[in-house]
Design a protein around this ligand. Sequence first.
Ligand code: NAP
Length: 248
Amino acid sequence: MFDLKGRVAVVTGASRGIGRAIAVALAGRGAYVAVNYAKQREAAEATLEAMRAAGGDGELMPFDVTDSKAVTDAIEGLFARKKAVHIAVANAGVAIDNLLLRMSDDELTTTLTTNVHGALYLARAAVRPMMRGRWGRFIAVSSVIGQMGNPGQTAYATSKAALVGAARSIAKEYASRNVTANVLAPGFIDTDMTASVPEAMRAKILEATPLGRFGRPEDVAAAAVYLASEEAGYVTGQVLAINGGLYV
Ligand code: NAP
């Protein structure tokens, strides 16, 4: 089950955290994985090493997801080299927290361009080769915050809720070409992004999480493997929550 041998995948923001775990999990199932990152090359190299240790392979693919041309060029290059792009995971994201009344234009723009434009640039570039191959899996990494809302996270919540509408539309547009589009909605996952959350807030979130622990990147990666698989071929336009029951 969940054999990804022969599949070509790209994961944005795969140098660290959830993206790294997804890249390693896809590679461990046999996919060739392009490891995108923005700045942290050494971390991306460590992802590639972990993928190889898991028995897989891939390549580094640096680009800024907010740079439309760079995204398109990178995916076209991958297609030219590997003759296919089957799986695209829009994971790269930023969380810039601020109250609505204090939110600067820059904070709003960076959040939306990275989290929303970045995901759509990837989808637009990757769906073309998926259509040609009559097989594709687009997966967007949203968040429980996009479902629940949260004070101080209006911009982030907006960006993450937007991905749901995007994936549902992509699902309908390309279903006839056997391309699915789904969303992962993680809860609180221990990564660099959540490292600076104050202890009191962590305790509150833990208390509200029925499974009684924070998530691990690998919890999200397992769901990504499923959605990327042949076995998930009848699942499209869906939101799969990996949140320990924090939001049900
Ligand atoms: P993280 O540890 O902060 O890692 C962020 C990743 O995104 C890094 O690989 C980073 O690359 C990359 N990135 C950031 N901006 C980029 C850009 N402009 N172009 C290309 N890559 C860029 O984050 P994480 O916690 O793993 O989160 C991954 C995704 O899951 C995000 O979309 C986040 O919103 C979502 N999520 C996280 C949680 C959580 O609790 N952690 C919960 C729900 C949803 P560099 O290393 O090169 O900087």
